[in-house]
Design a protein around this ligand. Structure first.
Ligand SMILES: [Zn+2]
Length: 124
């Protein structure tokens, strides 16, 4: 996990690289949240812990990505240019979330299998 920062006058979480001097730091990627947090500028994942709603959010994103089909999952979008995910396939974002959540305990066997399959199917 990384520290997250918030500008003195801002409300966006930023990574250490993007944080301006004087930004307030928060440990553990900004702390537990209902979805995976990323830097507001470069989109690098901050690695925050997730609430049960946050885990459900990731499981839902994995299901949606599977429904989207292989072509959409493997598309590299221009909107990622200049971010942490530049040149990455669309599924790489969901893969990062799924990898983090796969380490959580307490997932149902069905959800564990879903995450394992997703990580396998979307691996290059
Ligand atoms: Zn950043």
């Amino acid at each position: 996990m990384t520290n997250a920062y918030i500008e003195p006058e801002g409300c966006e979480l930023l990574c250490e690289t993007c944080a301006p001097d004087g930004a307030d730091g928060y440990p553990d990627g900004g702390g537990e949240a209902d979805c995976p947090q990323c830097c507001g500028q470069c989109h690098e994942p901050l690695g925050n812990a997730l609430t049960s709603d946050g885990v459900a959010y990731v499981i839902k994103a994995v299901r949606q990505s599977l429904r989207d089909g292989r072509a959409k999952r493997n598309t590299v979008y221009d909107c990622y240019n200049g971010t942490h995910y530049e040149g990455s396939r669309h599924c790489e974002i969901v893969r990062d979330w799924a990898r983090d959540v796969s380490w959580y305990g307490g997932l149902s066997p069905y959800d564990e299998q879903l995450l394992t399959r997703y990580l396998t199917w979307t691996d290059r």
